[in-house]
Design a protein around this ligand. Structure first.
Ligand code: ZN
Length: 223
């Protein structure tokens, strides 16, 4: 890009020279055949300058288009980075559900807080924090679900269910197709919860839950 103004300047110079030559009247003392040769050369110079100018303009258009694409790509890269993915945007398949959080109660814990083993990972966050789709998928259920509070279930193409629990609000409805980083809802403390947090569950094939941290790490993230 930095070379562009200099090149444009050159084109302007070439075009001006060509126009100057074409406007110069043939010398009175020149032989007629010399005058014809000279104007023929001038025409060639003008045609060449026009070609250069045209080519320069199409290069400039291409550059503008590339800039626009880079800006879009940069924006997407920034969004992915916000949710923990810093690799090649074309290879992104999974992101973290929140932009910031405190790692709270882990998977498999037992204790008075849970009816059985803790089936997910808790991410401490603030009421109203944006929760996003960790991957492309289809919203298969949005409902109040007892101890889980306001819960959204996202089903991924491979059948894995991702449960988002204790939300304050939801931004999607059953049947919605969502893309990675689309907003699902907001953090809350609905259901069996002692404070605002996201309880995330990952259930391959809709079966028993696995440790969401293992699943996220397997996707190349560092939760
Ligand atoms: Zn939990």
């Amino acid at each position: 890009m930095s070379a562009l103004p200099r090149r444009l300047g050159l084109v302007v110079a070439v075009v001006s020279t060509a126009i100057g030559l074409s406007l110069a009247a043939p010398r009175a003392d020149a032989a007629p055949e010399a005058s014809v040769r000279e104007s023929g050369r001038q025409a060639e110079v003008i045609a060449l300058a026009m070609q250069v100018a045209e080519r320069q303009q199409s290069l400039s258009t291409l550059n503008k288009r590339a800039d626009a694409r880079d800006r879009v790509l940069f924006g997407y890269r920034a969004v992915l980075a916000t949710y923990g993915y810093t690799g090649d945007p074309d290879k992104a398949r999974v992101v973290l559900p929140l932009a910031s959080y405190d790692v709270s109660a882990g998977f498999g814990l037992t204790g008075p807080l849970w009816e059985a083993e803790h089936g997910g990972q808790d991410f401490g966050a603030s009421i109203g924090d944006r929760i996003v789709a960790v991957a492309d998928g289809v919203v298969s259920e949005v409902a109040y679900a007892g101890p889980y509070g306001l819960r959204t279930i996202l089903t991924l193409p491979d059948g894995t269910e991702v449960w988002y629990c204790h939300q304050t609000s939801v931004s999607v409805a059953a049947g919605h197709r969502v893309e990675m980083t689309d907003e699902i809802g907001t953090v809350g403390s609905t259901g069996n919860s002692t404070g605002p947090h996201l309880h995330l569950e990952v259930r391959p094939g809709g079966g028993d839950p696995i440790d969401p941290m293992d699943w996220l790490r397997a996707a190349g993230l560092n939760p």
